[in-house]
Write a protein that binds this ligand. Sequence first.
Ligand code: SPV
Ligand code: MN
Length: 619
Amino acid sequence: MNNLKEKFIEDSFNKLMKINNPELHKFVEKYLTLCNPDKIFVSAGTPEDLKYIKEKSIETKEEMRLKIEEHTIHFDGYYDQARDKERTKFLLPPGVDYGKYINWMEKDKGLEEIHELMKDIMKGKDVYVCFYVLGPVGSEFSIPTVQIADSAYVAHSENILYRQGYEEFLRRGPDAEFFRFVHSAGELDERMTSKNIGKRRVYIDLLDRIVYSINTQYGGNSIGLKKLSLRLAIHKASKEGWLAEHMLIVGINGLGGRVTYITGAFPSLCGKTSTAMMSGERLIGDDIAYLHKKNGKVYAVNAEKGMFGIIQGINSKDDPIIFKALHSPGDVIFSNVLVTEDKEVYWIGKDAPEPEKGINHSGEWYKGKKDEKGNEIPPSHPNARFTISLDMFENLDPGLEDPRGVEIGGIVYGGRDSDTWVPVEEALDWVHGVITKGASLESETTAATLGAVGVRKFNLMSNLDFLSVTIGKYIQMYLDFARDLEKLPKIFSVNYFLKDKDGNFLNKKVDKRIWYKWMDLRIHGEADAIKTPTGYIPRYEDLKRLFKEVFDRDYSEEEYVKQFTLRIPEHLEKIERITKIYKEISDTPDIVFKILEEQKQRLLKTREEKGEYVSPFDL
Ligand code: SPV
Ligand code: MN
């Protein structure tokens, strides 16, 4: 470390040395030597250190101040607006094969390539060495992490999104097992966005628990503790018998003041955040949950303490809590939205008039502006985001910081599905739920991603993008997880996107709250249900009562029948698609085929007796 010593600013060197962990020192030294920054700042997570980093992000122009106090805006490059799946790869030792659904390459080759690209990549820049914990401080669930980043925006984002971990490193000393992230935005252009997008790489070394991310700024690629850490966590969980999931955690207020905590997995842009933020309920997290077992029960913690949320469509009516927080003074970063001359922000779907001009992810923007391919540039990018600490939300549940986590009563899976699943359904049991709901999850593509709209994409547990174990092993982890549980969470599916033949949604956005109220009743054994070939669905009387109680709305039999009709042809097609996918996966557990086949047989039998589309009143 001594050859780097003069680069450390203020008392950074002492801060680093105070941590008694030779492995940490070796790691930091290795990558700071390779990347060769000008100056090194070590954050101890104190208010002064956080302020220093935020000031730097403004000084370097990675962020700009906005009208509301403490708000800033950041832009990613025009072609750096989402997770780069293609150039995100696991580095695997020789002889290990993760199959075609997971992107991977040979470790030695990958390391050679990335080390070459990282040489001197931080030259002329400051670097920030920051410490965090994933999960509540002082929890046995939590994972210490170190982030090296030459982007003040990345460090600032992490300071909002994660719990500080310097003290945890001091406490754990040489015993700390930790995740490591090295990020460089690489060379920047005059807009302070990554220039060498062609050399964008996110490489994940599972065995050494290091993630390298270079020549990119978009949060999903650059914020180590977000999806990069999820990949490492899934791998760690697979060794230790817990689950690291792409899940929200919400507390549902039930009878007599009880709170029932439910986790939910949804692919991006399918209502995950809006479920976590249902008004009248309790927020714990909206993206990453760690599920552990204790005394025969399942507990979950939110790995994060902030939200990196999609801003498109956020408006004062549908999202009052977020809308209010986004208009309150506090540490908020807007990214890739439109900023006007008055330093106000606008995004698609905000209930405010669209400005004629401003600055956005394409630079100077005016209505009708086209990009080099002739496509009209919207005022904000569909994946534009806001970064905010959860404590700015009034519905935050104090369970967020409970080191034990919150006890989980239910697990939900949902995707964009216009024609198959009913709005809510309980699985027959754990194994049935894991296989026909979690492992069968699909989602239709939206206009927000490239390619055709409405194409169903397989995305088991909404975790496919992040899986760092083979698909078969991951399903087996779920099956094994339940083995020694005394109290199994119930598994549910939901579908917020069911449509009629004319393409109209069969439910209002807010209806989802009723489905969760029903789950709460089911979890506590307070509602009967109708058994169908695909699971248990609500009785009309229960939903009618809940709609009345919660929304003072009359829920008609006609609505119920339309929403909860069993759609046998669509279900059979789905089983066919899913079976085909699993046949191509070499380590699919046999039970997957068995459970899918049993469901198929139940559906065929019902079709014979009752026809293709069966009203819930006939089931
Ligand atoms: C998602 O896309 O699922 C997100 C945002 O939560 S990202 O950080 O890009 O993963
Ligand atoms: Mn996510």
